[in-house]
Design a protein around this ligand. Structure first.
Ligand code: 16G
Ligand code: ZN
Length: 546
């Protein structure tokens, strides 16, 4: 009763905007920041209920990632640091769209009963709050806090400005009972990076290398955090451009999304970077792409998520092969499975390359939650979207085996011992909660040192098929329904046939359309033997959609 009246009273201060229907899409709720106060308040309630249900710490992040600075968004991190369980998404939608406090209360009542959530047995709700550098973030964090406090006993901790992956990492660490501050995050990443560097064959002297990487921070939080992290990473030289302290607007002409989609040099880079290793983070630093500037042109050679996936897959496979070749030293009671997960956006050349390495590849729909779930089915699962979001997951089974081998072999310094140590270091460096541009960057840097490769050499692992992405504004994007991991249109009838017959006209042609999860558009992706053909295929298919 007391709980009911508290909810009713608090909710009356957060009237939802009229005529706006929000949906908890692939990346939580996203909209113009001025529309989000009531939504974020309600997500605060949701987070508290989720925490009660799971009896664990939950995360709530305020960010709109690579979208423009006037947008914002909110999403939940589940106890393991991953995305909110898909089973709760319909409830999130219903909460956000409830028209008044009494409807809201009714929804909560019903849901609490259905889920068997108890307000007074067990530990109180506990939520970690984070936000990116958007100016609207503070006000929205405040709305989230009020949502959380409308559940009696619930506690929130405001962690301030963080990257999205930092918040996910903290939630995961808290629930694993390990150290979970931002300092611990920096320590774990830099320590495991240095472990990998120490394990480089033939003791290459890294401290003498004056090779640097130049990083575009999208005018957001990622560059600021990288400024701190880089000082802990020994001989690694990182030059940060476009931190949030500069003049430029968040994500405007900068950042991983811009660089990947436009394939042009971001602001803040000059011809003096030609030939150097360059990288770009997105607005909340959960995406990373590398690139190379071309001489005499604004264009870049993009080294995208697929290439990072390939680099990581090669390195992991090499370590697993060492263990296999020395099986007498490190007998494994099972055959560790290595799985690769991509989406339809993966460049066809990357998929062929990975197949030729004999790897097991699986395609899921767009959205981290799908990739992550699939990757978690393997002993080591590597997933990446072409846009630069991805990570590596290690099963408990393989981690305990590696730990046990490590203590068995501890005094030796054999090749298998080193392979075990490298895999353990990767499992600590990579953010297993969610894709993380900072940990991804350190892993790329460590592997390039290990292999002695330049970014040019890395880029030449395979040659991308030319591709083109377009978006078509439509009245109702939900009219397009896809199947087979978004590769086939099943509704409206006839569209797939039209796409097929268009695609058949092109050498190496491949094309698909899908409704965006974050914008009111249908996206078109086309790939073909030349850029002209890819462009022409994309345009032809866009006309079919229009
Ligand atoms: C979100 C997704 C990202 C996906 C993108 C596609 C998460 C955390 N993020 O940013 O994985 O690539 O949406 O956007 O799941 P779209 O549906 O508008 O193409
Ligand atoms: Zn992002």
């Amino acid at each position: 009763e007391e709980q009911r009246s508290l909810l009713l009273q608090c909710s009356s201060h957060f009237a939802p905007p009229k005529g706006v229907k929000l949906s908890y899409g692939t990346a939580g709720f996203r909209a113009d920041a001025t529309l989000l106060r009531s939504t974020v308040y309600r997500v605060g309630i949701l987070a508290a209920l989720r925490s009660l249900k799971t009896q664990s710490v939950i995360g709530l992040m305020i960010t709109a990632s690579h979208n423009k600075v006037s947008d914002n968004g909110v999403k939940i991190a589940d106890p393991n640091g991953g995305m909110l369980s898909q089973q709760w998404e319909p409830f999130a939608d219903a909460l956000a769209n409830a028209s008044d406090p009494s409807e809201l209360l009714q929804l909560i009542d019903d849901f609490v009963r259905k889920e068997g959530i108890s307000f007074d047995n067990g530990r109180p709700a506990e939520i970690l709050l984070g936000r990116d550098t958007r100016p609207s973030g503070k006000l929205l964090v405040d709305a989230a806090r009020q949502g959380i406090s409308s559940i009696i006993g619930a506690i929130s901790h405001d962690m301030g400005v963080l990257t999205t992956p930092q918040l996910h990492w903290m939630v995961r660490a808290r629930n694993m009972g390990i150290k979970s501050t931002e300092h611990d995050y920096f320590q774990q990443l830099s320590h495991s990076y240095k472990c990998l560097v120490e394990l480089i064959p033939n003791g290459k002297d890294v401290s003498k290398s004056n090779d640097k990487v130049v990083v575009d921070g999208a005018n957001g939080v990622g560059g600021d955090k990288l400024e701190v992290l880089k000082h802990l990473c020994g001989g690694l030289i990182i030059e940060v451009r476009n931190s949030s302290k500069g003049e430029g607007a968040l994500n405007e002409g900068v950042g991983a999304d811009f660089v990947q989609k436009e394939k042009v040099v971001p602001s803040g880079f000059s011809p003096s970077e030609i030939g150097l290793r360059c990288a770009s983070l997105d607005g909340d630093a959960d995406r990373l792409v590398y690139f190379l500037m071309q001489p005499d042109s604004k264009m870049i050679d993009l080294v995208d998520g697929d290439k990072m996936l390939s680099l990581f897959a090669l390195f992991i496979k090499e370590q697993l092969n060492v263990l296999k070749d020395n099986e007498n030293e490190t007998p494994c009671p099972y055959h560790p499975s290595l799985g690769i997960v991509q989406t339809a956006y993966a460049n066809g050349a990357s998929t062929s390359y990975l197949k030729n390495l004999g790897l097991d590849i699986f395609i899921t729909p767009t959205g981290v939650k799908y990739l992550h779930e699939k990757a978690s089915e393997y002993d080591i699962g590597i997933y990446f979207e072409a846009n630069g979001h991805g990570t590596i997951l290690f099963s408990d089974r393989i981690l305990s085996w590696l730990e046990a081998r490590n203590s068995d072999l501890s005094s030796s310094s054999t090749e298998s011992q080193k392979a075990v140590l490298r895999l353990l270091a990767v499992s600590k460096l990579i953010n297993q909660a969610v894709g993380d541009a900072l940990s991804g960057l350190l892993l790329v840097e460590a592997i390039l040192l290990h292999t002695g490769w330049s970014i040019q050499k890395w880029n030449e692992l395979y040659r991308d098929l030319p591709s083109r992405q377009l978006k078509v504004k439509v009245v109702d994007r939900t009219a397009v329904v896809t199947a087979n991991a978004e590769t086939v249109v099943v509704q409206p009838a006839g569209i797939q046939e039209a796409i097929d017959s268009e695609t058949a006209k092109y050498r190496h042609g491949r094309c698909f359309i899908r409704p965006s999860g974050t914008e009111d558009v249908i996206r078109v992706y086309a790939e073909a033997a030349s850029q002209e053909e890819a462009d022409s295929l994309a345009n032809a298919v866009a006309k079919i959609v229009d």
